[in-house]
Design a protein around this ligand. Structure first.
Ligand code: PLP
Length: 425
């Protein structure tokens, strides 16, 4: 049996950086990523047989925990009928109806294969609908690796301190106006100067890819500003959808945007994204309208089965449990870090939270970047060595699941004092 280090070394020969998504390489915290062989509930096991309590949840989808029996059975059953039809089937309608019933902004929805595809398609649709070219985004918000949205993006782009990405042409980058998050004056100026060219403002339901930031009433402000100028508001709920609350960011701020993007939870761990919104906008999509969008595997039976089986289990009791778990964890993180005098700020949005290693208030990317990422790395490795798997970046949210029962939370809480000591050292 190979060790984690052996597999990581072997992967360097065949996969760039050894990983299929940059943050998995542990670049900002150092060390070797565990190579996982199984997940059950809140627990992960690597090739060396080490068990971890998972606070990553595959970056969001695993809201029911790993290998949830209902989801696995649904996927297994679907697989026995066909892995992909590339043709209509009833599961697509059932998943669409489940989302439309719950999310007021969504009259119609189309499935894609990732969050990136969802935001990319939503931008094209917004441009096709308005006949305008510019998009407004916010520094530190991550919307997937769409060329035009990589400027000052969060997530891996923040983790590696990149301004954007090589390979994105200047004309493409110039179609995106990047503004500081929460800066109403900057939004006002952008609309005053370019209002007639702005197709849409895109923002995360709550920023979670520079760490978590509560948007307060910023999304409502953006909706008003966009509509006053004839532009659309796209709320990217790939991460927050069905996660921050039963109805995502909408459930916490009540904002009904023109378009919404989904991913992660909506696919229950399968490669899924979706975008939906107002019927008059969605009907501009091919085959009804002139905006082309397609996918060989879009709405495939396994993905829709996992999505249906996941969404069907998300009830009020689950969100109450997740909220309680997060309250317990925040207080434990706060106590442990305070006891060691480690500067920290904990932000929360519904069932999502993150710890910033700074005592400043964090409301923007600039403030998030001011944290002590070395202290985070020491904290992270102490937790990992005690069997707690945190996101390997100081700019990510922590994710709890239904499987994070009190005994699992106790395992996390027990590890905190030593990790806080390591952060302080
Ligand atoms: N939008 C947001 C808010 C995200 O958090 C992510 C991924 O983390 C994406 C879009 C991209 O989704 P995917 O990684 O499925 O392409």
């Amino acid at each position: 049996m190979s060790t984690n280090a052996e597999l990581f070394a072997r992967a360097q020969h065949s996969i760039p950086g050894g990983v299929n998504s940059p943050v998995r390489a542990f670049g900002s915290v150092g060390g070797t990523p565990p190579y996982l062989v199984s997940g059950k509930g809140a627990l992960l096991t690597d090739v060396e047989g080490t068990e971890y309590v998972d606070l990553v949840g595959s970056w969001g989808p695993m809201i029911l925990g790993h290998a949830d029996e209902t989801v696995v059975n649904a996927v297994t059953d679907a697989a026995s009928h066909s892995l992909s039809f590339g043709a209509p089937h009833e599961g697509e309608i059932r998943l669409a109806e489940l989302v439309i019933d719950r999310i007021p902004a969504v009259d119609k929805i189309r499935m894609v294969n990732s969050g990136t595809e969802a935001t990319m398609s939503a931008l094209r649709l917004a441009r096709g609908f308005t006949g305008r070219d510019l998009i407004v985004k916010f520094a530190g918000c991550y919307h997937g690796h769409v060329d035009s949205l990589l400027a000052e993006a969060g997530s891996g782009v923040a983790t590696f301190s990149l301004p954007g990405s090589a390979g994105v042409t200047d004309p493409t980058a110039a179609e995106t106006l990047v503004l500081p998050y929460g800066d109403r004056e900057a939004v006002h100026e952008a609309f005053t100067e370019h209002g007639e060219r702005i197709a849409a403002v895109i923002t995360e339901g709550a920023p979670c890819n520079m760490g978590v930031i509560d948007p307060g009433d910023f999304n409502a402000f953006l909706l008003e500003k966009a509509h006053a100028a004839g532009a659309l508001l796209i709320v990217d709920e790939v991460l927050t959808g069905f996660r921050a609350s039963a109805t995502g960011a909408h459930g916490l701020d009540g904002v009904v945007p023109d378009l919404v993007t989904f991913g992660k939870v909506i696919g229950g761990g399968m490669p899924v994204g979706a975008f939906g919104g107002r019927a008059d906008i969605m009907e501009r999509l091919s085959p009804l309208g002139p905006v082309y969008q397609a996918g060989t595997l879009s709405g495939n039976p396994l993905a829709t089965a996992a999505g249906i089986a996941t969404l069907s289990q998300l009830d009020d009791a689950l969100y109450a449990q997740l909220n309680e778990s997060v309250t317990t964890l925040i207080s434990a993180f706060d106590d442990a870090l305070s006891a060691e005098g480690v500067p920290h700020t904990i932000n929360r949005f519904g069932t999502l939270f993150s710890v910033f290693f700074t005592d400043r208030e964090v409301r923007s990317y600039e403030e998030a970047k001011s944290q002590d990422t070395n202290a985070f790395a020491r904290f992270f490795h102490s937790m990992l060595s005690q069997g707690i798997y945190l996101p390997p970046s100081a700019f990510e949210a922590c994710f709890v699941s239904k499987a994070h029962t009190p005994d699992i939370l106790d395992r996390i809480i027990t590890a905190l004092p030593a990790a806080a000591k390591a952060a302080a050292s």
